[in-house]
Design a protein around this ligand. Structure first.
Ligand SMILES: Nc1nc2c(c(=O)[nH]1)N[C@H]1C(S)=C(S)[C@@H](COP(=O)(O)O)O[C@H]1N2
Ligand SMILES: [Mo]
Length: 501
């Protein structure tokens, strides 16, 4: 046989089986989604993990930097295509098997068993593999029984029927699959109406309290604007129904909690501000949200730490871990909601820790374990030289400078001092010679929140604006300048302002 002969045989085989195989691969993916939704039992999930893990880190990082979460989405779309392609190969093999043994029955059986086997190994769940195997086998069987050939007579009608059935199946599968798990959508619909009302009232209140300064972020940061810091480019994609929180180490008795255990407890709603120790003094890695969840103390009732326990290690699904003194945990919070939404994946779905007054890094996302220790250990960042497990330092930022129609100048920003609170913000418009009190937004009724400040004045020559906060204990923000590494930036924010010409 000449090679061109073999080539044309291959082409013929492809032309005959290709469309059928591709349809089978596609309905295999759709069927899997219908039974599993966006969970690890969805056949694309293991393929996507493989794609992400085999993509070199530099490319992942670069794609995250240039594409953001679009990179995630593209990788996922690619994984969907790759999965359908692999399943199409299985279907083509089953189809070819039928040509030799048993005709259509042989093809259907072979497709069913191989499709099921491959998927069961991938998702490690025999039942969910049926979602792939059954539609694939049906597609191969129908394809053989009613071949769609582009002949003028019944060909056209069959194309229409086949296309319509395919689209119908895809649509139905998506609808069913999306209903199974809705991690990122829906307001916390499971909450009683009274709780939903409380969330909305508190968000409204914060909106009303926000200072009306152009270009200044409000008191609540919308979820899509909330800063995000992760050690990995690709975040864990956890399934709430499989998620567990374990309380271990130096405890009277270990305990395990499911998502339902936490959401069944009486929910609380707290405004908490987070700030990353790594941000520059006047940076943008500081935001505030209304979090819904339960106090850590509620789970410690069932797993009390022993008298020897001195520190806590929080561990997460991305292998992140952070340690801090046990005292900080008592006011801690386990959040599963954010601004009235289910906690988004990028902020730690299904559950994250919030440790009042401390740097962002110990507010562990994708939390899986609270381990009590009988002594100190280093956390992820501390192993890398940071000292970010303690209380935040005091900061007043300057993010808005407005030249107003009446000729005055308005400056404004946010100030934050953790649980010490903000008592005052002072503004100098002469480089620090003299100081004036800024207007402050009313305090939100929670312990660990920022405040906005604003100050209006007139000036007709270039000048330097300096701001400093005074915390709730009366201590003035330190003027000593230090870089973010290793304990957070300090100093006063200064900015040169030109009068309007
Ligand atoms: N599991 C896990 N938790 C984490 C991190 C992380 O990379 N993994 N980053 C930490 C850091 S450094 C900060 S500043 C905050 C940021 O929280 P955010 O991304 O929700 O704003 O999360 C902390 N919790
Ligand atoms: Mo951070």
């Amino acid at each position: 046989m000449t090679s061109s002969n073999a080539h044309s045989k291959l082409l013929q085989a492809l032309r005959r089986r290709g469309p059928r195989a591709i349809v089978a691969g596609t309905v295999g993916v759709a069927g899997s989604f219908a039974v599993a939704g966006f969970t690890r039992n969805f056949v694309v999930a293991p393929v996507n993990s493989w794609v992400v893990n085999t993509t070199p880190g530099v490319i992942v990082t670069a794609s995250i930097q240039t594409l953001g979460t679009l990179g995630d989405t593209l990788a996922f779309a690619f994984s969907v295509g790759l999965t359908a392609f692999v399943l199409a190969l299985v279907a083509a093999a089953g189809d070819a098997f039928g040509d030799r043994f048993g005709g259509t029955v042989g093809a259907v059986m072979a497709t069913y068993f191989v499709g099921w086997g491959v998927t069961a190994v991938l998702v490690r769940a025999p039942f969910f593999a049926l979602g792939v195997a059954v539609p694939m086998a049906v597609a191969v069987g129908l394809g053989r029984r009613f071949p769609v050939r582009p002949t003028p007579d019944r060909g056209r009608r069959r194309v229409v029927v086949a296309t319509a059935s395919l689209l119908g199946f895809l649509g139905l599968s998506s609808v069913i699959g999306l209903r199974l798990v809705r991690p990122e959508s829906s307001l916390l619909t499971a909450l009683p109406a009274a709780e939903r009302k409380e969330i909305n009232d508190r968000l409204d209140e914060a909106r009303a309290q926000s200072l009306d300064v152009a270009g200044l972020e409000g008191l609540t940061t919308p979820v899509e604007d909330f800063y995000e810091i992760d050690i990995d480019a690709i975040n864990p994609n956890l399934n709430a129904s499989e998620w567990r929180l374990r309380v271990t180490g130096a405890v009277e008795q270990t305990a395990t909690f499911s998502y339902g255990d936490l959401t069944d407890m009486a929910p609380e709603h707290r405004f908490v501000t987070l700030r990353c120790v790594g941000e520059p003094l006047n940076g943008t890695l500081m935001d505030n949200a209304l979090w819904t969840g339960v106090p850590v103390s509620a789970v410690l009732e069932q797993a009390r730490p022993t008298d020897e326990a001195t520190h806590v290690m929080l561990r997460a699904a991305d292998d992140y871990f952070e340690e801090f003194p046990i005292e900080a945990l008592s006011d801690g919070f386990l959040a599963y909601g954010m601004n009235g939404q289910v906690l988004p994946r990028k902020h730690g779905y299904p559950v994250r820790a919030l440790i009042p007054g401390h740097w962002g890094e110990i507010n562990v996302k994708w939390l899986t374990e609270i381990e009590f220790l009988e002594g100190e250990q280093e956390g992820y960042w501390e192993k890398r030289g940071w000292h970010g497990t303690g209380p935040v330092s005091t900061v007043a930022k300057l993010h808005a400078v407005n030249h107003r129609p009446d000729g005055s100048i308005q400056v404004g920003g946010h100030a934050y001092a953790g649980v010490r609170g903000i008592q005052a913000v002072e503004v100098s418009v002469d480089g620090g010679e003299t100081w004036n009190r800024a207007r402050l937004s009313e305090s939100l009724p929670d312990a660990d929140v920022w405040r906005q400040w604003a100050y209006e004045y007139r000036a007709d020559s270039p000048h330097e604006v300096v701001v400093r906060a005074i915390d709730g204990t009366g201590t003035v923000q330190t003027a000593v300048e230090s870089p973010p590494f290793p304990r957070g930036a300090t100093g006063w924010v200064r900015r040169r302002v030109e009068p309007r010409r």
